[in-house]
Each structure stands twice: as structure tokens, then as C-alpha cells.
Design a protein around this ligand. Structure first.
Ligand SMILES: Nc1ncnc2c1ncn2[C@@H]1O[C@H](COP(=O)(O)OP(=O)(O)O)[C@@H](O)[C@H]1O
Ligand SMILES: [Mg+2]
Length: 270
């Protein structure tokens, strides 16, 4: 598959590509978790990697942020090779990772958790402005700013983890399964705010999710990961219309002749 230019026009000048993975392979001892993963994220978009449990989503993000060194392949961020670079240096370059399970600092206040996100910055006015911005996106964090983060609910901790990443004013945020363990209602709420953040602030995101429905609705471009390999990629608008995506990831199955006809009509884009 050609990952630079393809049939749907996910092609961009090099300056528009924030992140590029080329044939990345990562393993845990003898277990190959991802095999030859190539993908790219364009400036200003939300890209998503969909995959079921164990597909290799977290491994992709850990490899990008330097927590795992790949066996093969390369990771390029803003045109520079960051493969196997020290995670702290990758953060300094403007790449923030919101890990699976949020990992906020439970004994620090919400305000101090947010300031931890901004530790690489020395523009105090900018930090104050961004703190105000995240409080506007997630008002509950303002209300509880002085409380220990460990007292927050799972959903609120997810909000805090996303906000902490925003406090770095990064060029790219990696978001690992924000829906995990949250109610559908809370998941929807968080996704809506993530989309607003992307549209209003131009924040570029790479989101990995099992919740294909939420991820496909929120994102611009998507990759489908199975057993450590990318098996499909397209705009999310098109992925949402694909037969096997509907069946296997969205749990929708059209039945009957009428539905079948409708489906054939819809498929004319092919
Ligand atoms: N620390 C680890 N040690 C050994 N195997 C691991 C480890 N972490 C993940 N794996 C294996 O790597 C594969 C991909 O895992 P992961 O990237 O966590 O998938 P996902 O995030 O899509 O659920 C799975 O088969 C998983 O069992
Ligand atoms: Mg995972």
C-alpha cells in the first residue's frame, strides 16, 4: 500500500505531515506486537487506529513516544527522525501521550497535575491562558482544582489527563482508548470535547480505540489494525460506509432485499 499518496487523496506536502511511521515492528521478547506498521498523521486532523483488544494499539503509541524501541522501521515527527529517542526529549519536541488508564498523579491537586503538563514551558502567560482554556472545556476541573486528582471519577481523570497534555501546547497528542471503562454517555461527552478542541485550537491528534463507532465519528482519517498489522485505511467517512467495518466493528448488519438494494446504491463510490 502506498502511504504517501492513495486513491482517496490522503496526500499532503511534507510540511503538512506531523507524524509518519514507516514499517514499524515492535516486540515484547519473542512476541511481535506490531508488524510493519506504516501510517501518517496530517497537521490539524484527528487520525484514528481502530482495533480490538490485543491488536497492538497501545504498542503503536508507546513506540511513537519512545517508551518502547522498535525492532525495525522509523518514526518521524515534524520531519525529524525520533525513532527510539528518549521519551523526555520527545515530549520536549511537542508530542504528548495520554496513556491507557489515564495515569494522573493521584496525590497531587488537579491544578498541580495540569502544571505538570506544562513543565517544559516558560511562557507563564501562555500557561495561564491554556489553564483557563482547559477549565472552559472541562468546567468540573475548575470547580475541583484544589482537590487531589485521586478523588476524581474515571471520566474526570480522563478529562484531566487530556487537559494535562493540552497544557504542554503540543503539536501532537496521542490518545489511548479514552472510552475505556467509561459509560457511553460520558464517552460521548469526552469525544465531543476532543473534537471541539481539535476544531477550535487546531490540535492534531492520533486516537487509538476499540470503540469504532465513537472513533469513526470523531476522526478524519482511520486505520484498521488486526493482529499488529494495518489491514485497511481510508477517510473515516468512507470507512463508516464499508461493509466489513459495519459488520465487525460497528455491529450493524443490513438485512433483507430492500436493505440490500439500499446498500448497493450507497456503494456507488467504489
Ligand atoms: N508488556 C507486555 N509483555 C508481553 N506482551 C505484551 C505486553 N504488552 C502487550 N503485549 C502483547 O502485545 C500485543 C499487543 O498489545 P497492545 O499493544 O497492548 O494491544 P491493544 O492496546 O490493542 O489492546 C498483545 O498480544 C499483548 O498481549
Ligand atoms: Mg491498549
Amino acid at each position: 500500500m502506498n502511504h504517501v499518496v492513495n486513491e482517496v487523496g490522503h496526500n499532503a506536502g511534507h510540511e503538512d505531515i506531523v507524524l509518519k511511521l514507516l514499517n514499524v515492528e515492535s516486540a515484547y521478547g519473542p512476541i511481535k506486537a506490531i508488524r510493519g506498521v506504516s501510517l501518517q498523521v496530517k497537521k490539524g486532523e484527528i487520525a484514528t487506529v481502530l482495533g480490538s483488544n490485543g491488536a497492538g494499539k497501545t504498542t503503536i503509541l508507546k513506540t511513537i513516544s519512545g517508551i518502547i524501541d522498535p525492532r525495525k522501521g522509523s518514526v518521524e515527527f515534524k520531519g525529524q527522525n525520533i525513532t527510539a529517542m528518549d521519551p523526555a526529549h520527545i515530549v520536549q519536541r511537542g508530542l504528548m501521550h495520554v496513556p491507557e488508564g489515564r495515569e494522573v498523579f493521584p496525590l497531587l491537586s488537579i491544578r498541580d497535575n495540569l502544571l505538570m503538563g506544562a513543565y517544559t514551558r516558560n511562557d507563564r502567560d501562555g500557561v495561564a491562558r491554556d489553564m483557563e482554556a482547559v477549565f472552559n472545556y472541562f468546567p468540573i476541573l475548575r470547580e475541583r482544582a484544589a482537590q487531589d486528582a485521586g478523588l476524581l471519577s474515571g471520566g474526570q481523570q480522563q478529562m484531566l489527563a487530556i487537559s494535562r497534555a493540552l497544557m504542554a501546547n503540543p503539536d501532537l497528542i496521542l490518545l489511548d482508548e479514552p472510552s475505556l471503562g467509561l459509560s457511553p454517555k460520558l464517552t460521548k461527552e469526552i469525544f465531543e470535547i476532543v473534537v471541539r478542541i481539535n476544531r477550535e485550537r487546531g490540535t492534531t491528534l492520533l486516537l487509538v480505540e476499540q470503540n469504532a463507532n465513537m472513533a469513526l465519528n470523531a476522526s478524519d482519517y482511520g486505520y484498521v489494525l488486526e493482529n499488529g498489522r494495518i489491514v485497511m485505511e481510508d477517510t473515516c467517512a468512507r470507512l463508516r460506509e464499508k461493509d466489513d467495518i459495519k459488520e465487525f466493528y460497528l455491529g450493524l448488519k443490513e438485512e433483507g432485499v430492500r436493505a440490500d438494494r439500499r446498500w448497493k446504491k450507497k456503494k456507488t463510490w467504489r
